[in-house]
Design a protein around this ligand. Structure first.
Ligand SMILES: NC(=O)c1ccc[n+]([C@@H]2O[C@H](COP(=O)([O-])OP(=O)(O)OC[C@H]3O[C@@H](n4cnc5c(N)ncnc54)[C@H](OP(=O)(O)O)[C@@H]3O)[C@@H](O)[C@H]2O)c1
Length: 289
């Protein structure tokens, strides 16, 4: 038998995989990656070997990990893998001063964005984006029948209108005090001074609910807070084939004081999507653990 992930040796929602393999009489197993889940972490391989099965470990291990990076990240760090997705003009503006931003990129890039959503299990925005754009934060791809990501809204002082479409999507709303919500689930966390909800705690609420793969879709204030707190693991930036030609809302709504404050990222892919560019990057220092 050839498996990407080490067979588990503990009772979870289902019985241990190791016992099923032993009972089935499998004689040789090739495991690509050891399961970093602390309930497994090598004990599955040990159990199989103790039962006399020949087990080889590590073949194509990094390829196996890259097929599901969020799982490995969550099990190692206890936090969701945080991906910042933003669409901007080539000169770095995500919305005009009047708040309009739909649509900066073309149809192909937007469809690509929906494929990103389909890979995520949760999507976070700040309440500013909900108020401005009234988004659904769902996957809209023709023929798509997979699971829909859970919307996560970081609530500030301004209320979200009861008619907002997000209420129909059972959002997880994270706030620093009690609110009577028309729908969804409320998680209350502390606030970080006057800067709104403490995002380290907000991400802990997301991870505790078992969401592995969190896509952050803005806006500029939430993006700035997450970046400041070193909570972003990687990003997908869509750079539109158009120039704003002036100052609107930048990717991060915060000041850049000095060159030394700019942090290195690793650019892992640049692809043209229709008339736009898709730039994928990873934070050089992953801090969300
Ligand atoms: N191009 C893109 O990819 C893209 C994506 C998303 C949004 N946008 C655009 O961005 C604009 C909205 O910007 P925005 O900055 O208001 O949206 P936002 O970042 O989604 O929401 C910010 C609001 O969230 C609340 N908040 C609570 N805790 C916070 C914390 N720790 N850090 C930051 N905010 C916290 C605050 O609400 P209170 O002020 O009520 O306290 C804050 O004003 C719209 O024009 C939208 O079209 C563009």
């Amino acid at each position: 038998m050839i498996v990407t992930l080490e067979p588990c040796s503990h009772q979870g929602l289902t019985p241990p995989c190791t016992e099923a393999l032993i009972a089935a009489g499998v004689r040789r197993i090739v495991v690509a990656a050891i399961d970093p889940d602390r309930r497994v972490s090598g004990s599955g391989v040990e159990r199989l070997r103790a039962a006399g099965i020949d087990v080889a470990v590590g073949m194509l291990g990094s390829e196996a990990e890259s097929s599901d990076p969020a799982y490995f990240h969550h099990r190692r760090h206890g936090s969701s893998l945080v991906t910042l997705k933003t669409a901007m003009t080539l000169d770095g503006q995500t919305a005009a001063l009047d708040g309009t931003s739909q649509w900066i990129t073309g149809a192909s890039a937007r469809e690509d964005g929906h494929r990103l959503r389909a890979k995520a299990d949760s999507i976070m925005v700040g309440s500013g984006t909900v108020i401005a754009d009234d988004p659904l934060l769902d996957v809209r791809l023709s023929g798509y029948k997979g699971p829909q990501p859970r919307p996560v809204v970081v609530l500030g002082k301004r209320p979200i209108p009861p008619a907002a479409r997000i209420w129909g999507r059972n959002p997880l709303v994270i706030a620093d005090r009690h609110h009577d919500l028309p729908a969804g689930e409320l998680a209350i966390v502390a606030s970080s001074d006057d800067a709104g909800v403490d995002l380290t705690q907000a991400l802990a609420e997301v991870a505790e609910r078992g969401y592995l793969d969190l896509l952050v879709e803005g806006g500029p204030r939430i993006a700035a807070s997450l970046w400041r707190d070193r909570l972003v693991d990687r990003g997908v930036f869509y750079l539109a084939g158009r120039l704003a030609g002036g100052r609107g809302l930048p990717v991060f709504d915060s000041a850049w004081a000095s060159l030394a404050d700019a942090r290195a990222i690793e650019i892992v892919a640049v692809v043209q999507v229709g008339s736009d560019l898709r730039v994928e990057w990873e934070a050089a220092e992953r801090m969300s653990g």
